[in-house]
Design a protein around this ligand. Sequence first.
Ligand code: CU
Ligand code: ZN
Length: 181
Amino acid sequence: MKRSMMLVAAIALVVAMGCQKAEKEAVSTPEITKAVAVLHPTEGSSVRGVVTFTKVPGGVKIVADVEGLEPGKHGFHIHQWGDCSASDGTSAGGHFNPENVAHGGPDASVRHVGDLGNLEADESGKAHYERVDTFVTLSGSHSVIGRAVVVHAKEDDLSSQPTGAAGSRLACGVIGIANPQ
Ligand code: CU
Ligand code: ZN
C-alpha cells in the first residue's frame, strides 16, 4: 500500500515537471522589432541625439536626430563594442564588421554592416538621417543589439580603409532593445 502510494506520488511529480517544462518552452523570447541608441557627447563635444532601428519589410529602418554638430557631413557608423566608457569613445572599437570585409558606403554591395555613411548637419548643427538598411538586422549574426553608434568629427569618404577617414568620435551610444509600441 505504502509503496504504491509512493509510486503514484512519483508519477505525479514527473507529470508536474513535464508540464512545467512545456510551459517554459511556450514562453519563448519575443522577436526584437525595435532598438534604440541614445548618443552622448564624448569629452569636449556637445553632440547628442537619438537613433532608432525598426524592423520593416525589406530591412531595418534607421532614423537619427542629432544636434550640436558643425554644419556639414559627419561619419556615422555602428561600432563593434557596446562600450562608450572611454572619454574619447575609442572603447567602442572599430566598425561592426562580422563578415570581415572592406569599409564602404551605405549603398555599396560590399561594406561593413556598421557602415551607415554620413549624417549631414544644417546651419543650426542639426542632422536628420532616415533610410532602410539591408545589412543591419536585429537578430542573428548581423544583429546590432549591444553594439554602439558613433558620430565622427569628419566626413566618411566611403572608401578609405578601414574607417573612411572620419576622424575623432564626437558622440557614442549603446544600442538597446526598445519597447516596440
Ligand atoms: Cu565610426
Ligand atoms: Zn566601415
